[in-house]
Design a protein around this ligand. Sequence first.
Ligand code: 13P
Ligand code: SF4
Length: 302
Amino acid sequence: PSFASDIEAILALKRERNAVILAHNYQTPEIFHTVADIVGDSLALAREAAKSNADVIVLAGVHFMAETAKLLNPEKTVLIPDMEAGCSLAESITAEDVRELRKRHPGVPVVTYVNTSAAVKAESDICCTSGNAKKVIASLGVDRVIMLPDEFLAQNTAAQMPDIEIITWKGHCEVHERFTPQDIRDVRESYPDVVVLAHPEAPPEVVAEADFAGSTARMAEFVGEKRPSRVALITECSMSDNVAALYPEIEFVRPCNLCPHMKRITLPKIRQALEQRRHEVTIDPAVAEKARLAVERMLAVG
Ligand code: 13P
Ligand code: SF4
């Protein structure tokens, strides 16, 4: 398809509205490499949202990312091009579940993955992403934490922090839970020289078969620094497409899985979002006040 007219319209609308587009690494290349002002992992998008001077922030990503941007910019207009762009992790837990967990484990701090609703963040002590989970947990100086809602991220983090007991929740990313160790063995059999990078939302037995595990930004950095001749990114499919566009000499081999929520965001919907100032993300002020603290504590860890 031809994207030229949408791209041109979006670039003009951004200037007119003093808007920026923050795009996650799982957005398609025609968004990622054309209209996006800032691209990155969840942590980078949260950091950049906190610094923004724009009047309008369009979040090309999923709803929890737009909520995080709104928490950090309560007076700005934050738009998401499709309100239905959710996340199986965010869906896996409610604020009431967190209150119950606290009752069961009194005094144990709650570390919450950013892939959650503002209401869940509001019940938490501090947030984390897959890019800073270890640092955030270490910053608490305790030997027991509740880490929710991603069971696999919690288990993969616990494997690197043997002195800390991590109590988990049974949330999973519907994209990463589908990978199996056999997927990696198959790719290695076809390409013995392949370097395999996995996202820590994948099950621990999958991460164990990989050469490196890290957030989407860490994977992109790894490829940029090491320049392997062949690489498999065990994550969402657009990630490979976006990094491959930067390094034509590197061969990117599959498997990959698509995130149906990320794929709801398209160029025509971004254009409509800017034209019609929709869909505006709003958060109950009482919830926002508490949720913001948890996100700001995370950002302060650095
Ligand atoms: P990161 O980009 O922070 O690694 O997160 C991956 C993800 O699944 C976001 O939805
Ligand atoms: Fe959620 Fe997984 Fe999709 Fe990320 S890739 S938005 S964690 S379902």
